[in-house]
Design a protein. Structure first.
Length: 213
């Protein structure tokens, strides 16, 4: 009498196939994309604010809401849910990026002598210091199934006398503008950059009021 014994070698072969690359269980992920602010200047046909010509401004470090303190671009769904885009990121720290973009926008609004971004030289002298607190800076969609959304910037700010630290003016910039197709992060960043431009408009208007006798 003959007995046939069947032995399966598959469990033994699987580790070898994986190690040699013949059997790939991984899924290819999309590449990360990185974005910066301040390169999409708006067309501004208004005359520069003459009363601010020759003045020097110092931009203090932007204070960023904790949930925005991440390289991942944020999109808010509805009132409370937020999602962080793993593959669409800021190319620099958001606070530093806001300051750099804000300085860039301010240079188009008035002929300032200098606009310094912290850290600046101990010898630097300023007519005004600006402190910005960034509360919202994100895409905003109504629901997970929405195909379009808005850009949202919410910031409070102060204009400070560098001589004694007194607050000369304070305000809030609440920008909800434009429409971007969900998934088009280049369009979203462009709209957020426009929001920084709105912030610079508010600051310039306030400084004009302070500088005008």
């Amino acid at each position: 009498m003959r007995y046939h014994i069947k032995i399966s070698y598959l469990p033994l072969l699987l580790p070898l196939l994986i190690l040699t690359g013949c059997f790939n269980l991984s899924r290819e992920e999309p590449p990360q994309q990185h974005y910066v602010l301040g390169e999409s200047q708006l067309q501004d046909n208004r005359a520069p604010a003459e009363s601010l010509a020759g003045l020097s401004v110092g931009l203090r470090r932007v204070q960023v809401a904790e949930y925005l303190n991440t390289p991942l671009i944020v999109v808010r769904h509805g009132a409370h849910a937020i999602r962080f885009s793993e593959f669409h990121r800021w190319g620099e720290g958001l606070g530093g990026g806001i300051n750099r973009a804000l300085a860039s926008h301010l240079t188009t609004r008035a002929a300032f002598e200098t606009i310094n971004v912290v850290p600046w030289s101990p010898q630097a002298r300023h007519d005004y210091l600006i402190q910005v607190r960034l509360l919202r800076f994100e895409g905003q969609v109504s629901s997970s199934s929405a195909s379009e959304g808005k850009a949202y910037l919410l910031a409070t700010w102060e204009i400070i006398n560098p001589q004694d630290g007194a607050v000369l003016a304070r305000g809030t910039t609440d920008y909800q503008g434009g429409t971007w197709a969900v998934g088009d992060y280049d369009a979203l960043v462009t709209l957020l950059d426009e929001g920084v431009g709105e912030l610079s408009d508010d600051l310039v208007a306030s400084m004009v009021g302070l500088a005008t006798p």
